[in-house]
Design a protein around this ligand. Structure first.
Ligand code: CMC
Length: 362
């Protein structure tokens, strides 16, 4: 018996499909590469939530509703900022989400979509001893997220790079955080509870916590020439190489290339080109070493590897990477939670007891 539920089909879904053998991800009928190549975040929200949230607006109306929700979240968390300041960003996000509504209606859904950007930006500003910047509902969600962190208007290139990232990670079949969110929703708890539970599962380094360590690895390796030796030593110590391997993909994770292309679209700046060259050298050496070290297991590049380089290029500090992942994935959690509540049953599996039998008195 496997305790990782490998190959167990836990739900039927219209939301996304991961083909691990072919390296394909389809999100509601669209290849992830197409979404990453130009969809605005707001349109991805519409794609995933349509039919699952009553009264969902579209187009400009949805953009402005998400903008108003950002303002609402900012007002709601403002009296509590001092308590969030000393927490790690992902813990501040979890605490901030618990201040919001826990219904299953449009307002709750929009607040949850808006919240990761607002809470993460406020926490990062306070961590840098700066005053949080209030949302501007006139901006797109990605442009405002970047502006609330830097205090300056985002460039169109940067906003579209963040759109690509958020679209790429918006949903991904039955992963650990999505299963968690669906389990919570199956008990008829609210969307806020489902999203907080999803975030708790995302936090670990085997799921959404890997890009920070990927960046630390790139920094430690520092030059393309050092990649092979550094990685060989890490594997010899028994370390896992962050950004490689996946439970489902047996070939390259399609999201890795979608993100690599998003980085290339950002700028042709020399510093960024050097960073990409380093990442490519590390990737080549890692794949080579993993093939030799684990010949029976097909280990390839996963989404987290180029996430690190993209989010760094967009100006996010490594400590916020999991929060930015959550800013995209929260849409998938909401959609799955609603799908589970609308079409599913209480999730209640069984366990097999292998502990001691009760002592029988003589
Ligand atoms: N580096 C070195 N060895 C590895 C790696 C890696 N990145 N990934 C798997 N292995 C080895 C593992 O040590 C094991 O070897 P052995 O059989 O000798 O003990 C074998 O491959 C199978 O590993 P597993 O833990 O059974 O595989 P899994 O399907 O449970 O693991 C994984 C999937 C993503 C947790 C794993 O590949 C890993 O830890 N990768 C590094 C962390 C990472 O990049 N996480 C982000 C995942 S992508 C985001 C997402 O979609 O959630």
């Amino acid at each position: 018996m496997t305790n990782g539920l490998d190959d167990v089909v836990a739900a039927e879904t219209v939301l996304s499909d991961v083909d691990g053998a072919k390296g394909r991800l389809v999100i509601r009928g669209h290849a992830v590469e197409d979404l990453a190549a130009g969809w605005a975040f707001e349109d991805v929200v519409h794609l995933l939530l349509e039919g699952f949230v009553d009264g969902l607006p579209a187009g400009e109306d949805l953009r402005s509703a998400i903008g108003s929700a950002r303002l609402g979240v900012f007002k709601r968390i403002s009296p509590h900022l001092a308590a969030l300041r000393d927490l790690e960003p992902v813990d501040a996000l979890r605490a901030g989400l618990s201040l919001l509504a826990d219904g299953d209606d449009l307002d709750t859904a929009l607040q949850l979509v808006a919240a990761p950007a607002v809470i993460t930006a406020a926490r990062l500003r306070m961590g840098a001893a700066k005053t949080p910047v209030a949302p501007d509902p006139a901006n797109t969600h990605s442009a405002d997220f970047l502006r609330m962190i830097s205090g300056r208007p985002a460039t169109a290139h940067a906003a579209s790079g963040l759109d690509s990232y958020l679209a790429t990670v918006s949903d991904h079949g039955m992963n650990a955080s999505t299963f968690t969110a669906r389990t919570v929703a199956s008990t008829q708890a609210g969307l806020g509870s489902a999203a907080i539970a999803g975030l708790c599962a995302l936090k670990g380094p085997l799921h959404g916590g890997a890009p920070g360590p990927v960046l630390a690895m790139l920094d430690a390796i520092a030059t393309p020439q050092a990649a092979h030796g550094w990685l060989a030593e890490a594997l010899a110590r028994g370390d896992r190489l962050m950004g490689f391997g996946h439970r489902i993909y047996r070939v390259r994770d399609p999201r890795a290339d979608a993100l690599k292309q998003a980085i290339a679209r950002l700028s042709s700046d020399e510093e960024l080109a050097g960073r990409i060259a380093l990442a490519e050298a590390v990737e080549t050496a890692a794949l080579d070493l993993l093939r030799t070290a684990k010949p029976d297991r097909s280990l390839d590049t996963n989404v987290e590897f180029y996430t690190a380089a993209l989010l760094e290029a967009l100006g996010f500090p490594a400590q916020a990477f999991t929060c930015v992942f959550a800013a995209g994935r929260v849409v998938g959690w909401i959609a799955h939670a609603r799908e589970q509540a609308m079409t599913g049953r209480l999730i209640r599996p069984q366990s097999r007891y292998i502990g001691p039998a009760p002592q029988i008195a003589a």
